[in-house]
Design a protein around this ligand. Structure first.
Ligand SMILES: Nc1ncnc2c1ncn2[C@@H]1O[C@H](COP(=O)(O)OP(=O)(O)OP(=O)(O)O)[C@@H](O)[C@H]1O
Length: 671
């Protein structure tokens, strides 16, 4: 059937069937219950069908995935592509989870076509992948693994590539893949169509567009929208002292037991510690944790488990902030202030997806409020302030102290959480919002259940440096709070290694010399936590021994608080009837929860990896329909998954990077 693509008029398109699409694609869309197009789909699919390069930006949850999958299928269909034609479409995703999610949508919508589709996201024997990769027509991959194939797989040809798709381009760049992307693009034929999609428009996205797109059509569907977040998203913020944040979170969860929430933290170690503590606290709903230090297998379990739960809370780092399509999330809580407005937008985008409603609560420290609220206003994010009623907070500090008194490992985690949070604040670029010297360290330590603040050597060094600068230029770089003056002077005094901050009289003796490790610093930077790059072991004992940076010897805390703990390691599924007593206390806004006037401010996958397991090895030799049937027919093969993941752990990324670097060096030398 011949279509006339030149007459597509976006303003007349309402349904997918209004586009000149093949019967196979339309059938796939209908079977997946996609009928009416979203705005980004209406505005970009026609342009892409006409063969134009497109840079598409639209709010989170607005349907960007189909905006590129539909034209990709159509392009190969029109060219009557067969498996013998090799690679025709390449889709690059920032993370494994997102790549797999996209792969699933592709298989669903493309099930009536006969192209082969493959997922190459690392973690499997390269040789095995290499033997099959040349048979793939549509390849979805993460950047690192793709470059690895380009460098090492002799069968890998992209010379006939018709279309390159860059999904979540901003995230790819944030994760430090700019060089990798440049190298990949150099390896691709110049004559091709390129589609680039992103939820936020940043300078680096425009740079990448300049490099990879030719005379692109810019489609920014929400450019003139009053707000840059979905209209169905209700957004509020509270200003909360650092030492009250944990109490606030606990109180919040206790009053939202029937809801599904994601709580974002700045670092893995905060997630690790607070997850453990909240399991012990038994808030009355399942608690899950997702972060970049988890073994891939664990991430599979957690993702699947959270997708299936009706009510649960997921503690996460920004690894979960972008692209992932968790169904029916009611609340996104930003426990720690996001790095910038873009990160805020991606995080809240995990709720209120595709016309659904959702609520977002941002927790800000007093020192963060002005700068962050201004940034959000500039980015057209409508967020209103609500206040916490301190009387309605449940104080869990004593319970936490009691847990730590009985569990040295948990105490170690608390100390790492403390240091890691401070480091994450210190590493933030926007110093108007993030000022580590304004934080009440002693109180914060207490609020984590610690008897005293661990020594933080990097702060010591920073302080020294600032003092030296001050002496040189006569200015006052250090504006300390009274509390910090105390803490800092103590930690700065040569030989003083004890600090008592708790009335119960505990003494801390810090014995370990800090190893200044760049690796650690990077791990704590939320923006660098990448699904693809994560290689840390789940083995916590190993983690501990590797990360002894703030080791501390301490006399155990004497606690009179009985331990209510019945340790639950992974999740707490217990529905506690008593919970209802708090219901009227903390329901943000509607019941004036935090007690307050709302002051308007102007301003892997349900099946994620379970399916990944079945479609391994990753190349689908069969057509998509068959693959999909197989996919739906069977359950999770955990043994197989474990096998795959064990293989993955053997893959030495450092070694590989060195090899690639060396290879590039030799190549540069030779040219
Ligand atoms: N035309 C449509 N009709 C019905 N549902 C749709 C349509 N397009 C997309 N959806 C659904 O909307 C949700 C969000 O889609 P998608 O994940 O593509 O959004 P996105 O714009 O890529 O979001 P993000 O920027 O957060 O990655 C998905 O659950 C998807 O199935």
């Amino acid at each position: 059937m011949l279509f006339n693509f030149s007459i597509i008029n976006a303003s007349e398109i309402q349904r997918f069937s209004d586009f000149p699409l093949s019967k196979k694609t339309l059938k796939g869309l209908q079977e997946a219950q996609y009928r009416v197009v979203t705005e980004i789909q209406r505005q970009t699919i026609g342009l892409a069908l006409q063969g134009k390069d497109v840079l598409g930006a639209a709010k989170t949850g607005s349907g960007k995935t189909l905006a590129f999958i539909v034209p990709a299928l159509e392009l190969l269909y029109r060219h009557q592509w067969t498996s013998a034609d090799g690679l025709g479409v390449l889709i690059i995703s920032p993370t494994r989870e997102l790549a797999y999610q996209t792969f699933k949508v592709l298989r669903k919508v493309g099930r009536n076509h006969e192209f082969s589709a493959g997922l190459v996201i690392g973690g499997k024997d390269l040789k095995e992948e290499s033997e099959r990769i040349h048979q793939i027509n549509m390849l979805i991959c993460t950047p690192g693994r793709l470059l690895q194939h380009m460098d090492e797989t002799s069968y890998f040809y992209a010379s006939d590539l018709q279309m390159l798709i860059l999904d979540e381009a901003d995230r790819i760049l944030d994760m430090g893949f700019a060089d990798t992307m440049n190298a990949i693009i150099e390896n691709l034929p110049k004559k091709r169509q390129t589609l680039l999609f992103s939820a936020t428009q940043t300078k680096s996205v425009k740079d990448l567009a300049r490099l990879s797109l030719k005379d692109p059509e810019y489609v920014w569907v929400h450019e003139r929208a009053k707000f840059s977040t979905p209209a169905t998203l209700d957004q509020n913020y509270v200003v909360c002292e650092l030492q009250q944040k944990v109490n606030m979170l606990y109180s919040f969860l206790r009053s939202h037991l029937k809801k599904k929430s994601i709580v974002f933290f700045a670092s893995c170690k905060e997630v690790q510690y607070l997850f453990r503590v909240f399991c012990k606290l038994q808030p009355g709903l399942p608690v899950l944790a997702l972060h970049g230090k988890q073994h891939q297998m664990k991430r599979m379990e957690v993702y699947t488990c959270f997708v299936r739960k009706k009510a649960a809370v997921l503690f996460a780092t920004d690894i979960a902030a972008r692209g992932l399509d968790f169904p029916s999330v009611n609340w996104v809580i930003q426990f720690d202030c996001p790095e910038d407005a873009n990160t805020y937008i991606h995080r809240v985008g995990r709720t209120a997806r595709y016309k659904e409603g959702g609520e977002a609560l941002l927790v800000l420290l007093p020192s963060e409020e002005k700068g962050m609220v201004e940034q959000l206003a500039q980015r057209k994010v409508p967020v209103s302030e609500i206040k916490i009623n301190p009387e309605k907070l449940t104080d869990i500090q004593k319970r936490m102290q009691s847990f730590l008194a009985q569990d040295q490992e948990l105490k170690d985690k608390a100390q790492r959480c403390f240091v890691s949070y401070l480091r994450s604040v210190y590493l933030m670029k926007n110093k108007e919002v993030f000022d580590v010297f304004k934080l009440p360290l002693a109180e914060y330590a207490l609020s984590l259940g610690l008897a005293m603040a661990p020594r933080v050597r990097f702060l010591q060094k920073v302080r020294k440096q600032l003092r030296a600068n001050e002496a040189a230029d006569g200015t006052d770089h250090l504006q300390e709070t009274e509390q910090n003056k105390n803490t800092l002077s103590l930690i700065n005094e040569e030989g003083v290694e004890k600090r008592e901050i708790h009335s119960s009289g505990k003494v801390s003796v810090n014995k370990t010399k800090e190893k200044e490790r760049k690796k650690e610093t990077e791990e704590c930077s939320a923006s660098r936590e990448s699904a693809e790059e994560s290689s840390e072991s789940e083995d916590e004992s190993k983690e501990v021994s590797e990360e002894e940076e703030e080791e501390e010897k301490e006399v155990p805390i004497l606690s009179t608080v009985p331990n209510p703990d019945s340790m639950q390691f992974f999740e707490d599924d217990d529905d506690d009837d008593d919970d209802t007593k708090d219901l009227d206390l903390l329901t943000v806004k509607r019941q004036n929860v935090f007690g307050v006037e709302a002051k308007d401010n102007p301003a892997l996958v349900s099946a994620l990896y379970s399916k990944l397991v079945q479609q391994w090895p990753p190349v689908q030799k069969t057509n998509m329909a068959k693959a999909d049937e197989e996919d739906d027919a069977s359950g999770i093969d955990l043994d197989k998954a474990k096998e795959i993941l064990q293989e993955e752990d053997k893959f030495d990324k450092e070694e590989y990077r060195k090899k690639v670097k060396e290879k590039h060096r030799v190549m540069r030398k030779n040219t």
